[in-house]
Design a protein around this ligand. Structure first.
Ligand SMILES: [Zn+2]
Ligand SMILES: [Zn+2]
Length: 345
């Protein structure tokens, strides 16, 4: 990743970053497929796996029987209700006929019909008695229906209680399974992270840097994002502790690099000017000067002032004069911008 001012090289570098990102995306995709297949290793349990089969069969039978009993009681109630309704209609109809007959009798004043009156009243009473009996039967059947309903409820509750107890065991087993899956994932993700750190440490400045960065993005994503949904309750510790280790590792590396840089810079500033100039990269010197920064010591300098031929901080020459035409020119330029003479001439 050398800094360059060449246009094509800049674009090639951007393209290589694209390669790094694409590489990381494909790795992430592949990792996801692998990860998704992991939980399938484990069997999925339900409450029925943790209930005594003998007990469950008995409970099922009880439930079926109780349902049947309740249904039968309800059918009996329906039948009794129909019967009662029929008797009520019969009574109403008989009572109507009797009332009409009574009215006719009063109008015609036929008093010789007392026997008939008694007979008709008796018949009416008989229907009434049957109706009362049917009502009593219906009341009894309703009582039985309620009893059967309560029995059914009790059986249902027992069954539910047994299933709830089994559910607790399922929950326990699932928790253990999740823990196992989490450790599988950790076992995959941790070496990736370690390998990524090693690559970052050793290989990030090689010409294969796009693959190093792609792998780094993939490993960080896998560990810090993908693992999250599978973290058990204490899993946060692992994430934060590993995060801390990585940050300390990266931070110490940055501090070391800074000290190293300052040390090198100090040593470089001790060298004679010509040697210092030779050590600086041409492109870097030009890009520094474009930002009003001294290429030798990287401190700010005022390049617009035509008197500033040397850096006031480190003394390196910033401008010199062409050997051919005496023009004032950038001391790092390889050729004179006016006469084209090589800088050595
Ligand atoms: Zn300087
Ligand atoms: Zn010149």
């Amino acid at each position: 990743m050398s800094k360059s001012l060449r246009l094509s090289e800049k674009w090639f570098n951007r393209g290589l970053w694209l390669v790094a990102i694409l590489f990381s995306q494909f790795l992430i995709g592949l990792g996801q497929v692998v990860m998704q297949d992991l939980p399938k290793v484990e069997q999925q349990y339900t409450a029925h796996d943790f209930i005594d089969p003998e007990l469950e069969r008995s409970l099922e039978q009880q439930q079926t029987q109780a349902e049947k009993n309740y249904l039968a009681a309800r059918q009996a109630v329906d039948k009794a209700e129909q019967q009662l309704n029929g008797l009520e209609a019969e009574y109403a109809s008989a009572h109507g006929t009797f009332s009409n007959w009574l009215a006719t009798r009063q109008v015609t004043e036929q008093h010789g019909q007392d026997k008939a009156l008694i007979e008709r009243t008796k018949q009416l009473d008989k229907i009434k008695a049957r109706q009362d009996k049917a009502q009593t039967q219906l009341d009894e059947l309703l009582r039985i229906q309620e009893q059967k309903y309560n029995e059914q409820q009790t059986v249902q509750q027992n069954y539910s209680a047994a299933l709830a107890e089994a559910d607790l065991k399922v929950f326990e087993v699932q928790r253990q399974q999740e823990l196992k899956v989490f450790f599988y994932r950790l076992l995959l993700a941790l070496p990736l992270l370690a390998l990524a750190l090693w690559l970052f440490n050793k290989k990030r400045k090689t010409k294969d840097w796009p693959f190093v960065w792609g792998f780094l993005i993939f490993a960080a994503y896998t560990f810090f994002v993908e693992l999250v949904p599978y973290l058990p309750s204490y899993g946060g510790y692992i994430r934060y502790i590993v995060g801390l280790i990585v940050t300390i590792f990266a931070g110490r590396k940055a501090i070391f690099a800074l000290n190293n840089y300052l040390e090198k810079q100090k040593q470089a500033e001790q060298l004679p000017e010509q040697q210092r100039r030779e050590k600086l990269s041409y492109d870097m010197a030009l890009s520094h000067l474009a930002k009003n920064v001294c290429p030798g010591c990287e401190r700010g300098v005022d390049l617009k002032n035509p008197d500033n031929d040397f850096c006031p901080h480190c003394g390196i020459g910033l401008f010199d004069y062409c050997g051919g035409c005496q023009s004032r020119k950038n001391a790092f330029s390889k050729f004179c911008h006016r006469c084209g003479l090589g800088a050595g001439g």
